[in-house]
Ligand binder design. Sequence first.
Ligand SMILES: *Cc1c(COP(=O)(O)O)cnc(C)c1O
Length: 446
Amino acid sequence: MSETPIGGPSLPQERRIVTAIPGPKSQELIARKNASVASGVGVALPVSVVAAGGGVIVDADGNSLIDLGSGIAVTGVGNSAPRVVEAVKAQVEHFTHTCFTVTPYEGYIAVAEKLNELIPGDFEKRSALFNSGAEAVENAVKIARHYTGKNAVVTFDHAYHGRTNLTMAMTAKNLPYKDGFGPFAPEIYRVPASYPFRDGLTGQEAAAQAILQIEKQVGVGNLAAVIIEPIQGEGGFIDPAPGFLPAIQKWANENGVVFILDEVQTGFARTGDLFAANHEGVVADVVTTAKGIAGGLPLSAVTGRAEIMDSAHSGGLGGTYAGNPIATAAALATIETYEAENLTQRAREIGAIITEFFAGIQQDEDRVGDIRGRGALQAIELVESGSKTPNSALTGAVAKYAADQGVLVLTCGTYGNVIRFLPPLSISDELLREALQVVADGIAAN
Ligand SMILES: *Cc1c(COP(=O)(O)O)cnc(C)c1O
């Protein structure tokens, strides 16, 4: 390849392997990375990306990999999606930054209006914009504490909320997120979640167990907020048993506790609904969003009931780059794309292909313990044959096999035994099926 290919949907939609992966140019780049970038910044697949779009990522050696990760559920509309590219180009020529809290601009307000309209809840809402998911979560907690005048925050087993000090405390898993990075923020309490494959509880039973622990160990009088991911992401794509989330919401509403849904990974068409909360008609007081919001530009948001959001004093919320004009232009174009291209429907179609495919594999492969998820957020949990013992060795081997064959898959899970599927919603059925077959071959070969 002499010229760098342009990304976006016009990139040839094919899996193409022309060197070992990583190839020589990627290896050169990784050598430079190792000499220049802090080791703590690890990489899942050490290639040198030069273009991406549709359902593929192209590397400097000319390999074209099928993308089943979307940069961790970010590029739902695809990489370099046409509307996003146009909007970013137009904005960058007008102005790149003024700081919204110094001199405001329309894009920020238009995104807030759009979020207030789209996020579930038939009440007056307000939004505030930030840069990352963790920053949105931190601000949701700040706002809930300010509103209630209380300190305690309840999070769940298997939760992931980010890597900053407060959100590390809220995240469950030690390695790699927390180990040696403490002390952590106080007043964070963890209670059991709903994990149907492992706890065998109904939604009502799991909720009762969590609520009892909150009442006995934290005390409602101290509690500002309960925060939960509607489907737990890094923890293993754990879809709670039906009724669990509505029961937690009901309890929070009745006890004056701010109910926060962290839709950072599940939001924006990913699960086949615009937000995962739509699925069971769950309505949160406050919702955090990020990943899928802006086609790859860094943006996040906190959206919630006006009386809660407005409780913080002027100047109490913000940030130099928060709601940057290029990111908000990209968000408006991204949200328009989800709507214009009916991507919630597309997410459901993708989900049906994945579930059906692995249901077939599971018939004669008992190490596929569980197939779960919603829409284009799906996972398989791998176990030792004939048991529920987590099989992280197989999981790692399958991810490695897939990478060698030109398919990018991400793993997750408290026990490191979950393969997650988060393809861009712009992927074709053919590419998706080809990639799933590679994953199945990887299971069979190990
Ligand atoms: C990724 C993620 C975060 C953190 O987002 P960053 O942008 O990485 O800070 C928070 N919550 C959930 C549910 C996530 O998946």
